[in-house]
Design a protein around this ligand. Structure first.
Ligand code: S3P
Length: 169
């Protein structure tokens, strides 16, 4: 299927870049977190608090399967940061189109995320330490899941869009 899928850590700019990229291409834009929130009538942080992370991960996989079944095409898909951690999700993501990893450093994540209460995995004591530990454990998975990787540190969303377009064309 002909889509562009953005993967990467929280704060890597998947949503901001995805919206601009889709607008520039004249494609549709889907954010999997936003879609889950709409369908559940609850924010991601509320789903985590009420039902736990496992329940959210099942919703995330359901959302991805629905995109595949719908024959999604000409769409930029921004994924939640945990989407590629599951092997079956990785297989489905690569079947949907070109998977682009937006690379970021722990320092940049800390400076970009304003409200940690919206990111349940980072909320609470010492978010910087949580970011470093989670990102360290995920980087190799993101790289392996991606067709191409793009550095985003010190770039604006518009500059990342240009970098993505250069990588994929
Ligand atoms: C998560 C990332 C979040 C959201 C949830 C879990 C993760 O999405 O899906 O809080 O495990 O990295 P963003 O990457 O859009 O913040």
């Amino acid at each position: 299927m002909g889509n562009i899928i953005l993967i990467g850590f929280m704060g890597s700019g998947k949503t901001a870049v995805g919206e601009k990229l889709a607008a520039g291409l004249g494609w549709h834009f889907i954010d999997t977190d936003a879609r889950i929130e709409e369908e559940q009538g609850m924010a991601v942080a509320e789903i985590f608090a009420a039902r736990g992370e496992g329940y959210f991960r099942a919703l995330e996989s359901d959302c991805l399967r629905a995109l595949v079944q719908a024959g999604t095409d000409e769409t930029v898909i921004a994924t939640g940061g945990g989407m590629p951690l599951d092997g079956e999700n990785r297989r489905l993501l690569s079947g949907l189109g070109m998977v682009v990893y937006l690379r970021v450093t722990a320092e940049t994540v800390s400076s970009r995320i304003g409200d940690f209460s919206l990111r349940p995995l980072l909320d609470g004591a010492d978010p910087a330490q949580k970011i470093a530990a989670l990102l360290g454990g995920r980087e190799a998975i993101y790289e392996a899941a991606a067709d191409v990787s793009v550095d985003t540190v010190s770039l604006t969303a518009a500059q990342v869009v240009s970098a993505v377009l250069e990588e994929i064309t």
